[in-house]
Design a protein around this ligand. Structure first.
Ligand code: NPG
Length: 368
C-alpha cells in the first residue's frame, strides 16, 4: 500500500457534562482525526491527545505538528506500508505515542478495509460484545455523585469507576458503597494525584473491597507503586506508567501492579496494545480497556481491542450518549450493559460527513 496523502482534521465536540479529574475539567473534546489516502483506499484514526498536556506530555496541537513534520514524511518515503509496519517505520521518532497511534490506526483501517477484514478479527477478538463500565468524574457534592452513579446503574453499566484525589476519596467511595451495596463492581482512579506520604489514606480504601485502585502515584514511580501494593489488599492497576509491553512486564514482575489498563493511544498503537495484552496474559495479570473520551471512531477500535480474551474486567468503553449529544459515527448504544464489537471491515463504522464538516475547526492536507 502506498500513502498518497494524509488529512489532518480538527473537530470540536461538546461533552454532555463536564468531566472533572484530579488534573482538570474537560468540557469539550478537541479531536484530531487522521485520514490516510492510499492506492488501496482510505482509513481513519483518532488521536486521543487532550487539548492540554495534563494527562501526559502530549497534547493535540503538538501531535498535529509531530505528524506533519516527523511522522508523515517517514510514511510518504515508504513504497509499501502496512499497519504492522508503521511502528517500526516511526521508530526514529522518540515518544509521541498518541500521535503515532493515530497514524497507525488510520493505516490499519485502510489496509483492513481493502482486505475486507474487521479490526476485531485482525487483533484476535474472541467475543462479539463487551461489558461496559463508566468513569464518573469528581462531583460538586456527594448527593450529585450519587445521583450520577444511580443514573448510570439504571442505564445498565456493569461497573463504576470513581475519580479520586486527596480530599475526595474515602467519603465518595463510602457513600457509593452505602447507597448501592457491596455487590456493585467498583474501582477508583487517582490519575497520579497521591504520593508516598498519603499511603495511609489510600490504605483506608481497603475496607471497601474495590476491584482496583488505578495509578495513585506519578507515572515514573514503579518502585513506589510496588511498595504500596505490598501493604494494600486492593489490587494496584497502572495506566499512565505503562507506555509499552516492556514496561508492563517490568511493572508486573516488580509487584507494582497486578492489573493493567490498556489504552492504544498511550502505548503507541493497537499493535503494541495487543503485545501488552499478551504479556499480561502470560504473567497472569488481567487487563481492561481504558478510554480518553473518544468519539465513535476511536471507540469502535477500542471495542475491537476489548474483545480479546485477557480483557477480563469491564472497561471505560461507555456508550456514545455518556459523552456526546451527537457522535460522529452511528451511535454506540448500551444493550444489557454491553456494547457490540463492530464486525465490518476495518474499524467497522463510518463517519457522518455532514456532522464532521459542521464540527471542523481546521483541516490540512499533507502530500509527499
Ligand atoms: O470514558 O473515555 C472515557 C474516559 C475514561 O476516566 C477516563 N479516562 O485518565 O483514564 C483517564 C481518564 C481521562 C481521560 C480523563 C481523558 C480525562 C481525559
Amino acid at each position: 500500500m502506498k500513502i498518497q496523502a494524509i488529512e489532518l482534521r480538527r473537530i470540536g465536540v461538546p461533552l454532555v457534562r463536564p468531566f472533572r479529574t484530579s488534573f482538570g475539567t474537560q468540557t469539550d473534546r478537541d479531536v484530531l482525526l487522521v485520514t490516510v489516502m492510499t492506492d488501496a483506499g482510505t482509513g481513519i484514526g483518532e488521536c486521543v491527545a487532550l487539548a492540554d498536556p495534563v494527562y501526559s506530555s502530549e497534547y493535540v496541537a503538538a501531535a498535529q505538528v509531530v505528524i506533519t513534520d516527523h511522522l508523515a514524511p517517514r510514511l510518504f518515503a515508504l513504497d509499501d506500508v502496512s499497519g504492522r509496519g508503521v511502528q517500526p517505520a516511526l521508530g526514529g521518532v522518540i515518544g509521541h505515542r498518541m500521535a503515532k497511534a493515530a497514524v497507525e490506526a488510520a493505516v490499519l483501517d485502510a489496509e483492513l478495509r481493502a482486505y475486507g477484514v474487521s479490526l476485531a478479527r485482525y487483533l484476535g477478538a474472541v467475543r462479539d460484545r463487551v461489558e461496559c463500565g463508566v468513569s464518573v468524574g469528581i462531583a460538586a457534592t456527594l448527593d450529585a455523585l450519587l445521583e450520577e452513579v444511580g443514573g448510570y446503574l439504571e442505564q445498565g453499566y456493569r461497573r463504576i469507576k470513581l475519580k479520586i484525589e486527596p480530599g475526595w476519596d474515602w467519603e465518595p467511595v463510602h457513600a457509593v458503597r452505602e447507597a448501592f451495596g457491596d455487590d456493585l463492581l467498583l474501582q477508583v482512579d487517582a490519575n497520579t494525584a497521591y504520593d508516598a506520604a498519603s499511603a495511609p489514606r489510600l490504605r483506608r480504601l481497603d475496607e471497601f473491597n474495590l476491584l482496583l485502585i488505578e495509578q495513585p502515584f506519578v507515572e515514573e514511580d514503579i518502585a513506589g507503586h510496588a511498595a504500596l501494593a505490598a501493604t494494600m489488599s486492593t489490587p494496584i492497576c497502572l495506566d499512565e506508567s505503562v507506555v509499552s509491553a516492556a514496561v508492563a512486564a517490568d511493572a508486573i514482575n516488580r509487584g507494582a501492579c497486578s492489573i493493567v489498563n490498556i489504552k492504544a493511544g498511550r502505548v503507541g498503537g493497537y499493535i503494541e496494545a495487543v503485545r501488552i495484552h499478551d504479556v499480561c496474559a502470560a504473567l497472569g495479570a488481567p487487563v481492561w480497556c481504558g478510554g480518553m473520551l473518544e468519539t465513535g471512531v476511536g471507540r469502535a477500535a477500542n471495542l475491537a481491542l476489548a474483545a480479546l480474551p485477557n480483557f477480563k474486567l469491564p472497561g471505560d468503553t461507555s456508550a456514545s450518549d455518556r459523552y456526546f449529544a451527537e457522535d460522529i459515527t452511528e451511535p454506540f448504544v448500551l444493550e444489557d450493559g454491553c456494547l457490540p464489537v463492530p464486525q465490518g471491515p476495518g474499524i467497522g463504522v463510518d463517519v457522518r460527513r455532514d456532522l464532521v464538516e459542521r464540527l471542523t475547526t481546521g483541516v490540512v492536507l499533507l502530500r509527499p
